[in-house]
Design a protein around this ligand. Structure first.
Ligand code: UD1
Length: 420
């Protein structure tokens, strides 16, 4: 198994090119199943989750080609098999987003219940409830969700859950509704930039969607959709991670291709913490040389502070003076990085769904274990500033969502190696 070894203490300087959004790519690749012809998706990140989605779509009978490293062409002509098997779905929880497109495209789906990131229990009740409200019949059998959408009709769907809106449930209902006769109203819809990108992709295919960027979507079902050419938005979570890399090493990075308008909450909190951030044409510049201040953060659905940047931000706070607090309101148990950071001499204690972080002068390099995608990023950030050497094990987690992280960090001055 690969490991990443980092020698801490180098200031990062230079330009990092931000990749396309993984979380936009996954549902958009699935949405390509709804077209009458092939769709070309550009700016696709080279990460393991994209491969997994490509394997799932191929197993359903679609043809998936990568004519260039960052481009995928999906031809749904051969789509016939409604089953997404356990071997593939268990690798990636987001595989559930083929459910809506399968119902919209062939009226049936048989999806293994998902596995994926180990961040607490991750139910799919909102996905099932929403599809049910559209008239799909759903049952669970031997670890599979078996759905029949032959009688789907436009309807009013409410997707607000205990923890707010759900990104992939919104994606699933939207993708199921675009070819369903009648009008569907989705209230309590997620409005993350990845959902907006999906809606734009579907609109280009010919879907009629109103209310994009809001919590209420209105969909008027159409009979046919065409294949299209689409360029993905930049990855805001990768961007946030490199913003924190610049901040924590007291360096300066230009994040080429990044969109500041997708990261307002993160930029505001970093500025509050004493980091200099400036949106420029074509990217974001970040400088971490200034004096640091204590901040309090609560994660929320968009436009709030993203849960996917919580772990990385916590690493930053471990070396900021004073006592900072992070409250996790989206995945209330998402703290697997805490014991690992504490092994590196951080001082973090947990109080329910809040983490109390007492800033220390320095972290101490240690062997640590990645437990999920964003926790791995947090440990790499810790390694960048820790005294001595940090070895991050189980980095297949990071390869799921960060394109060439060691190459990108090395080019801006980090002492980082992958050991195969
Ligand atoms: C997506 C992102 C993930 C991110 C998350 C929250 C992708 C591929 N993944 O995941 O990186 O961390 O949004 O921003 O885009 N919930 C329910 N019932 C459901 C569905 C969700 O209770 O049926 C709860 C979840 O447990 C969680 C909250 O709703 O507490 C938000 O989860 P959700 O937005 O659904 O996350 P994903 O779409 O799976």
């Amino acid at each position: 198994m690969d490991k990443i070894v980092i020698r801490g203490g180098r200031k990062l300087r230079g330009t990092v090119r931000i990749s396309g959004s993984k979380n936009a790519a996954l549902p958009i690749m699935a949405a390509a199943l709804l077209g009458d012809g092939p769709s070309r998706i550009r700016n696709v990140p080279r990460v393991a989750d994209i491969r997994t989605m490509s394997d799932i779509l191929s197993s359903l009978g679609a043809r998936v080609d990568f004519p260039k490293p960052h481009e995928v062409v999906i031809d749904p002509a051969g789509l016939s098999n409604p089953t997404a098997p356990y071997e593939l779905v268990s690798k990636m929880r987001a595989s559930i987003c083929v459910l809506g497109p399968l119902l919209g495209a062939i009226g049936k789906a048989r999806i293994s219940l998902p596995g994926g990131c180990a961040i607490g229990s991750r139910p799919i009740d909102l996905h099932l409830k929403g599809l049910n409200q559209l008239g799909a019949s759903m049952r669970l059998s031997h670890g599979f969700v078996i759905a029949n959408g032959k009688r789907m009709r436009g309807a009013d769907v409410f997707l607000g859950g205990r923890f707010g809106s759900s990104v992939l449930a919104t994606a699933n209902i939207l993708m199921a509704a675009v070819k369903t006769p009648g009008v569907t109203r989705i209230e309590g819809a997620a409005c993350e930039p990845e959902i907006v990108d999906l809606a734009r992709f579907l609109q280009a295919m010919g879907a009629r969607i109103g209310g994009v960027e809001s919590h209420s979507l209105r969909v008027e079902g159409v009979r046919r959709l065409k294949g299209v050419d689409h360029t993905l938005i930049p990855d805001r979570i990768e961007t946030g991670t490199y913003m924190i890399a610049a901040a924590i090493t007291r360096g300066e990075l230009f994040l080429k291709g990044a969109r500041a308008d997708h990261l307002r909450a993160v930029i505001e909190k970093l500025q509050e913490a004493g980091v200099w951030v400036e949106a420029r044409a074509g990217g974001i510049r970040v400088n971490g040389a200034g004096a640091r201040r204590v901040v309090e953060i609560t994660t929320h659905p968009y436009p709030g502070f993203p849960t996917d940047i919580q772990a990385q931000m916590m690493t930053f706070m471990t070396v900021s003076p004073g006592i900072s607090v992070i409250t996790e309101k989206v995945f209330t148990e998402r703290f697997m990085h805490v014991p690992e950071l504490n092994r590196m001499a951080a001082r973090i204690s947990l109080e329910g769904s809040s983490a109390i972080i007492r800033g220390v002068r320095a972290l101490s390099g240690a062997p640590v274990m990645a437990s999920d995608l964003r926790a791995s990023a947090a440990l790499i950030l810790a390694g960048l500033v820790a005294r001595g050497e940090t070895t991050v094990d189980r980095i297949y987690h990071i390869d799921r969502g960060y394109e060439d992280i060691e190459g990108k960090l090395k080019r801006v001055g980090a002492a980082i190696e992958r050991i195969r």
